[in-house]
Design a protein around this ligand. Structure first.
Ligand SMILES: [Fe+2]
Ligand SMILES: [Fe+2]
Length: 264
């Protein structure tokens, strides 16, 4: 399948089943086309991005005993995964001139995001919540709208959102485990393992695209758009080892670990 065709299928199809349809892994990139900046992904009415602050927030850890709250957590996470998938498709349409290796590699990451979305949708449904039955936010999609270069993308999605998810995925695994929901916990651990590869993809390509005299860290910081900042690249329980496995170097990892907001 052509990479562009896959990206168009994800962004221009309204139906989730089509967005998430498994595709042949033999991608080609012979017809990348002209750059297109898509302002919003096609979605069914039920899954259209809700107005700011109108989508329900993530349930607190203490609420996870209630299956309905766990279902809501999966519903919110399914929408995060779907946005990651759509953002990657957005990047493929916006930057057709990037090397084939990068574009095909990104299409392969998208197959993981399709799988992650499906797993959360299935788990939410099992716990009683059909995907699209509560409003969903556009947080991740919005945050990439300002990107102008592939380095902006790499700093924002793989090295901030996906890096942070190295922590969050295991935090959720622990919250599900604490209430005896082993299946949901196992799902989060699968996502954690995949996310290590996605962060690795991000840092490998950041090194290939960055100026030779700039460090990984300088490049990362330079390409983040406020209010995104290094402190946002981590969760509550810092996973040093997962970052090492992803190929981040000690300097980068410790700078993320030590990042703080300079609030008075
Ligand atoms: Fe994912
Ligand atoms: Fe990912």
């Amino acid at each position: 399948m052509e990479v562009r065709q896959f990206a168009e299928q994800v962004l221009y199809s309204q139906e989730v089943d089509v967005k998430l349809r498994p595709v042949n892994t033999d991608f080609t990139d012979e017809l990348p086309g002209e750059p297109v900046r898509v302002s919003e992904p096609a979605r069914t009415d039920a899954l259209k991005f809700a107005a700011r602050r109108s989508a329900p927030g993530m349930p607190k850890p203490g609420a996870f005993k209630d299956p309905a709250k766990r279902a809501l957590a999966h519903h919110i996470l399914a929408n995060h995964e779907l946005q990651a998938l759509e953002v990657m498709a957005f990047v493929l349409l916006l930057f057709p001139a990037l090397p084939c290796d990068f574009r095909i590699g990104l299409a392969k990451v998208m197959q993981d995001e399709q799988r992650h979305t499906r797993m959360h949708i299935e788990r939410a449904a099992h716990l009683g919540l059909v995907f699209g039955s509560v409003p969903v936010n556009s947080y991740i999609w919005e945050k990439v709208q300002e990107i102008e270069s592939v380095l902006d993308y790499l700093a924002t999605l793989p090295l901030l959102f996906e890096e942070r998810n190295l922590d969050h995925s295991l935090e959720f695994a622990a919250m599900f485990e604490a209430v005896g929901d082993e299946r949901s916990a196992a799902l989060m651990r699968v996502i954690h393992r995949d996310e290590i590869h996605h962060v690795a993809f991000g840092i490998e390509w950041l090194r290939r695209f960055k100026p030779v005299d700039a460090s990984d860290w300088e490049t990362f910081c330079r390409h983040l758009k406020w209010p995104l900042r290094p402190v946002k690249a981590k969760g509550d329980f810092f996973q040093y080892e997962a970052r090492k496995l992803a190929g981040l170097d000690d300097d980068f990892i410790s700078r993320v670990r030590d990042a703080q907001d300079d609030l008075p």
